[in-house]
Design a protein around this ligand. Structure first.
Ligand code: ADP
Ligand code: MG
Length: 908
C-alpha cells in the first residue's frame, strides 16, 4: 500500500517578535493532535469535522476538497479544510484506502454546558476512536462479503538450529473472530496471502529487521512500540481484555502466541479508546491443519480474484451461491484455507450431501437464510455503542431466522456439523427477538437521535409524551385559525424555522396593522422581510416551549428504550455470535449444495493416501463461462496416484499445441483439490484425493515489473520456492517453465526441474511444456508419464479436441495456430519453410541424445561436450562426496580441507 504517512503537525514555531497568543481552541487542538501524531485529526466543530495545518493539506489533496484558512496561529495563517459529518464515512473510507489513519475527535458536551462555565470556555473535546484499516466496523467502510483482518506478528528469537518462529494473531473486530497460528519464515508469506490483512501490526524492532522487511514493505503495516509486544505482560493484558483471571481456558498458548494475541487486543483497545468489541476467545489453528498455498499460487489459480484483480472470473465467484453476507465471508475463509484432515473435511461434505440430497430442505433452508441480516457486524456495532435502530432490527430478524432454521433442520436426520449448528441456533433466548419485535417500529431511521423507532403501544409513557407533542401541534393549528380570525388576515400563517422557532407570518401589506394598536398588544414584531413580516406572541412562545419539551422528552424516552434493548442484546453476545456463526455455516453448506446440484458436482473422497484420481474432471470457472455461451466443456481424467502403495506420486508431462487446453487441464486438477479439501463437491464424475499438504502452481509468465524483477526472474524465484518446499504430500502444477529464456537454457531448466520433482520432492505433479524433447524423459523416470491434448488436422488446419490422452504430441502446430489467428498467408508460408529447415537441423541436435547420455539427477554428471575427465578433479569430487559437514568438528573440517587441497594439486 502506498501509505503516505500523515505528517507531524506541530504548528510552525513563532518567528521572533510575532504575536505569541494562542486561542483556547487552538490550544486544545494542539494538545489533542500532539497525543495522536500519526493520525489525521478529524476535529469536531458543530456539523463538521475540521482538519488543520498539515492534516488539512494532506486531506484536501487526498479528498479533492477546498483548502481554506481559519484565523492565525502565531502570526501565520492556519490551513483548514472540513468534512460535513453526514458525509464523514465516505471521506474516512477514502482516506483509509489511501493508507491514512484517522483520529476522530468529538465534542463531549453541549456548547450550552461550556458556556455555563464562563464566556471564554470552549467545548470539551477528545478523541473517541482511531480509525485504521484493520479496525473498521461500519458497513459503509467494509466489504460485506469479506473479512477484514487485523494481524499481529510476533517473532521468537532463532533457536539453536537458527530458525525463527512466528506467531500470528488475527481478528476481525466487525465479526469477533479471533485466531492464532504459528509458522516459520518460509510459511509466513503464505499465511499472510491467505488472510489478506486489512492491517498488520508488528513491533518497531521486527519492522526494521532484514528477515521480514522485504515482505512487509508491500503490505499495510503499522509498526508499534515494544510495550504492545511485551511478552512479560502479554498474558495479563489478554486476560484483562476478556475479564478472566487467567488465559488457561483458552488452551495452552505458547508465550509467542500470547504475545501476538495480546498485541492484537491492546491495539484494539487503543484504537477503540477503551471500548472492547465482542471478540471470541482466541483459538489456535494447529500447524499443518490447512492446505498451504503461497501467494503466487493463489494468484495463478485465481482463487479470490483474477490476475487483473477482479472477483468476476475467480473461483470464489464461480462457486458462491450463499444468500447471506456472513455466509459469503465464511465461504471465502474456507476457500482461502482448505483443510488437511480427512475427517473434518468429511464432516463438511456430510452437511453438503444432506442438503444437496433434499431439494425441499434446500429451498426452505435458503429461504430462511435469505431473511437473516449480518448479525455479527450489527452486534459488534451495538457492543461498541455505535449501533442504531437498524442494528437492533438486524438482531431481531437474524434471531428469528435462526429459530426458524433450527426448527426446519430438526425435521431431518442431522449430520454432525448440522447438529452442532442446530445447537448454536437454539442458544439465544427467544424472548430477545420477541421483545425487539414488539419494541421496534416498522420504518426505522438510520440514527437513533432521529427518533421515531419505537413502536406505538410499546411504552405507555412514551405514547403519552408523543400524544402531548402531537396535541400541541394541533393547538398551534387552532391558534393559527384564531389569529387569522382576530386579525381578519386570512393568509396569516404560523411557521417554524431553526432561527426564530415558531412565528406568525403575514404579508407586508398586513404587517402595519399587526404592529399598530390594538393588535400590537398581542403580536410582538420579530423580523421584516421583503414580502413578509414576522411576529411572535406570549401564547405562541409558551406553546413552543411545551412542544419542544414534549419532543425532547419523547426522544429522551426513546433513547432510554434503545439503551435498554441494546443492553439486553449485548448481554447475550456470546449466544448471538454462536447463532450467527451457525447461520453462516449452514449458508455455506446450502450454497455448496446448490452449486453441486446446479452444476452436477460430485462428492469427492478425501483420504490419507497419496492417490489422486479424477475422472471426468472439469474446470469450475472455464466450464461455467463456456456453458453460459452454449459451448460444451470436454471433461478429462487425471491419475497421479503412486504406482504402488509404498511409492511416491506420479508426474504427468503434458505436451500439445498452444490453445489445446493444457493450462486449463492443469488448473482444473489443482482447483478440484482445493474444492475437495475445503469441503465442497467437485466438478467431476468421481474424485479420490489423498490429502494434499501444500499446493504449488506456477502458471504462465506473469510480468511483475512493479517489483523490479524480470518475468524470467519471477518464474525462477517461484520455481525455486516449489523445489525447496514441496513434500511427498504436495501437489505441484508447473506450466511452461523455462519459457522466459533462450530455448536451450529453458529446456535445461525444465529438464532439471522435472528430475528434481521426481527424485527429490517425490510429489504428485502436472507439468505442461512446449519442449517436446522432455517427453523422452518418460523412458528414464519410472513415475513420469506423457500425456497430450488431442488435436485433429484438417486441410492444413488444426481442430482442438481438448481431450487429454496418453502419449506425446508430435508437433506444436504453432504455425496452424498462427494461421487461425490471422497472420498473413505469406508469413505463414515462409514460416513453414523455416520450420522444415530447423526440424532437419534439430534431428542432429545434442538435446536428442541427452536422455541416453545424461546420468540421472543428483548423480555426478558430465556435459556431453566436456573435455576428457581430469583424474585430479575426479578424486576431489569423490572425496568431497564422502564428506558430511554436519557431522564434522571444526578440527576435522580443517583437516578435510587440507586433504582436498592436496588431492587437487596436479600430479606430475
Ligand atoms: P493451452 O494452455 O494449451 O495453450 P488453454 O488451457 O489456455 O490452452 O486453453 C485454451 C482455450 O481452450 C481456453 O480458453 C478454453 O476456452 C478452451 N478449452 C480448454 N480446455 C477446454 C476443455 N476441456 N473443453 C472445452 N474448451 C476448453
Ligand atoms: Mg497454456
Amino acid at each position: 500500500m502506498d501509505a503516505t504517512p500523515s505528517p507531524a503537525v506541530t504548528p510552525p514555531p513563532a518567528a521572533a517578535g510575532e504575536d505569541h497568543r494562542v486561542t483556547p481552541l487552538m490550544e486544545q487542538y494542539i494538545e489533542i493532535k500532539a497525543a495522536n501524531p500519526d493520525c489525521l485529526l478529524f476535529y469536531r466543530m458543530g456539523d463538521f469535522y475540521e482538519l488543520f495545518f498539515g492534516d488539512a493539506e494532506v486531506a484536501s489533496r487526498a479528498l479533492g476538497i477546498v483548502l481554506t484558512k481559519r484565523g492565525k496561529h502565531r502570526g501565520q495563517d492556519i490551513p483548514m479544510c472540513g468534512v460535513p459529518i453526514e458525509r464523514a464515512d465516505e471521506y474516512l473510507h477514502r482516506l483509509i484506502a489511501l493508507g491514512h489513519r484517522v483520529a476522530v475527535c468529538e465534542q463531549l458536551e453541549d456548547p450550552a454546558e461550556a458556556r455555563k462555565r464562563g464566556g471564554k470556555s470552549i467545548v470539551r473535546r477528545d478523541v473517541v476512536r482511531l480509525v485504521t484499516p484493520g479496525t473498521l466496523t461500519e458497513d459503509s467502510l467494509l466489504d460485506a462479503r469479506r473479512n477484514n483482518y487485523l494481524v499481529a506478528i510476533a517473532r521468537a528469537k532463532p533457536s539453536a538450529d537458527g530458525e525463527s518462529r512466528y506467531a500470528l494473531a488475527f481478528l476481525d473486530i466487525s465479526t469477533g473472530e479471533f485466531r492464532l497460528a504459528e509458522c516459520d519464515r518460509t510459511g509466513l508469506p503464505a499465511e499472510l496471502a491467505r488472510l489478506e490483512p486489512g492491517e498488520i501490526i508488528v513491533s518497531d524492532a521486527l519492522y526494521g529487521d532484514g528477515e521480514v522487511a522485504p515482505l512487509l514493505r508491500r503490505l499495510p503495516v503499522t509498526p508499534l512500540g515494544r510495550d504492545v509486544f511485551d511478552g512479560a505482560t502479554a498474558e495479563r493484558r489478554l486476560a484483562a481484555y476478556f475479564a478472566v483471571a487467567t488465559t488457561d481456558a483458552f488452551g495452552t498458548l505458547s508465550r509467542l502466541e500470547l504475545t501476538a494475541a495480546a498485541a492484537c487486543v491492546t491495539y484494539v483497545e487503543r484504537t477503540q479508546i477503551g471500548k472492547r468489541p465482542p471478540l471470541s476467545p482466541p483459538t489456535r489453528e494447529a500447524a499443518g491443519t490447512t492446505l498451504a498455498i503461497d501467494a503466487a499460487t493463489r494468484a495463478n489459480l485465481e482463487l479470490m480474484r483474477t490476475q487483473s484483480g477482479e472477483r468476476r472470473g475467480s473461483l470464489v465467484a464461480a462457486i458462491d451461491r450463499t444468500v447471506t453476507v456472513a455466509g459469503a465471508r465464511l465461504l471465502s475463509q474456507r476457500l482461502a484455507a482448505p483443510l488437511t484432515d480427512p475427517e473434518t473435511i468429511a464432516r463438511r461434505l456430510d452437511a453438503v450431501a444432506l442438503i444437496a440430497g433434499d431439494a425441499l430442505l434446500r429451498a426452505d433452508v435458503r429461504e430462511r437464510l435469505a431473511a437473516a441480516p449480518d448479525l455479527a457486524r450489527a452486534l459488534a456495532r451495538l457492543v461498541l455503542g455505535r449501533g442504531g435502530p437498524r442494528d437492533l432490527a438486524a438482531i431481531r430478524d437474524g434471531l428469528e431466522a435462526a429459530a426458524g432454521l433450527q426448527a426446519r433442520l430438526a425435521e431431518v436426520p442431522a449430520t454432525a456439523e448440522v447438529s452442532e449448528a442446530m445447537a448454536a441456533l437454539a442458544c439465544p433466548d427467544p424472548a430477545i427477538a420477541a421483545e425487539l419485535a414488539t419494541a421496534l417500529a416498522d420504518e426505522l431511521p438510520l440514527l437513533k437521535r432521529d427518533g421515531g423507532f419505537v413502536r406505538p403501544g410499546y411504552d405507555a409513557t412514551l405514547d403519552e409524551t408523543r400524544a402531548l407533542r402531537d396535541e400541541s401541534r394541533r393547538v398551534v393549528a387552532a391558534l393559527q385559525a384564531r389569529y387569522a380570525d382576530d386579525t381578519q388576515v386570512k393568509s396569516l400563517k404560523i411557521r417554524h424555522n431553526n432561527v426564530l422557532g415558531y412565528f406568525v407570518e403575514v404579508t407586508a401589506q398586513h404587517g402595519e396593522r399587526l404592529m399598530a394598536p390594538p393588535l400590537n398588544a398581542t403580536f410582538i414584531h420579530r423580523q421584516t422581510l421583503a414580502g413578509q413580516v414576522r411576529f411572535t406572541s406570549t401564547e405562541l412562545g409558551a406553546l413552543e416551549a411545551k412542544i419542544a419539551s414534549a419532543a425532547d422528552r419523547a426522544l429522551g424516552l426513546e433513547l432510554e428504550i434503545f439503551e435498554r434493548l441494546a443492553a439486553r442484546v449485548v448481554a447475550a453476545t456470546d449466544d448471538i455470535k454462536a447463532a450467527a456463526q451457525a447461520l453462516a455455516a449452514m449458508d455455506v453448506a446450502a450454497g455448496l449444495a446448490t452449486l453441486a446440484v446446479e452444476r452436477s458436482y460430485v462428492r469427492p473422497e478425501v483420504d490419507a493416501s497419496r492417490d489422486f484420481v479424477i475422472t471426468g474432471g472439469r474446470h469450475p470457472v472455464v466450464e461455467q463461462a463456456l456453458v453460459d455461451d452454449g459451448a460444451p466443456f470436454v471433461a478429462n481424467d487425471c491419475d497421479l496416484s503412486p504406482p504402488r502403495a509404498d511409492a511416491a506420486g506420479r508426474i504427468s508431462l503434458i505436451t500439445g499445441p498452444n490453445m489445446a487446453g493444457k493450462s486449463t487441464y492443469l488448473r482444473q486438477n489443482a482447483l478440484i483439490a482445493v474444492l475437495a479439501q475445503m469441503g465442497s463437491f467437485v466438478p467431476a464424475k468421481t474424485a479420490r484425493i489423498g490429502v494434499v499438504d501444500r499446493l504449488f502452481s506456477r502458471v504462465g509468465a506473469a510480468d511483475d515489473l512493479a517489483r523490479g524483477r524480470s518475468t524470467f526472474m519471477v518464474e525462477m524465484v517461484e520455481t525455486a520456492a516449489i523445489l525447496n518446499q514441496a513434500t511427498a504430500r504436495s501437489l505441484v502444477i508447473l506450466d511452461e517453465i523455462g519459457r522466459g529464456t533462450a530455448t536451450f537454457d529453458g529446456l535445461s531448466i525444465a529438464w532439471a526441474t522435472i528430475e528434481h520433482l521426481h527424485e527429490q520432492n517425490r510429489c504428485r505433479a502436472l507439468f505442461a511444456t512446449h519442449f517436446h524433447d522432455l517427453t523422452a524423459l518418460a523412458a528414464k523416470l519410472p513415475r513420469l508419464f506423457n500425456a497430450t491434448v488431442r488435436v485433429k488436422e484438417w486441410h492444413d488446419d488444426v481442430v482442438f479436441l481438448h481431450e487429454v490422452v496418453p502419449g506425446a504430441a508430435d508437433r506444436s502446430y504453432g504455425i496452424q495456430v498462427a494461421k487461425l489467428a490471422g497472420l498473413p498467408a505469406k508469413v505463414i508460408e515462409r514460416a513453414r519453410l523455416v520450420l522444415a529447415e530447423l526440424e532437419a537441423e534439430d534431428r542432429k541436435s545434442p538435446a536428442r541424445r541427452l536422455v541416453d547420455d545424461l546420468p540421472l539427477f543428483s548423480a555426478a554428471r558430465a556435459a556431453p561436450a566436456s573435455p576428457p575427465p581430469d583424474p585430479a578433479a575426479e578424486a576431489v569430487m569423490k572425496a568431497l562426496a564422502a564428506l558430511s559437514p554436519d557431522e564434522m568438528s571444526p578440527r576435522q573440517a580443517m583437516d578435510a580441507l587440507y586433504a582436498l587441497k592436496l588431492l587437487a594439486k596436479p600430479q606430475n
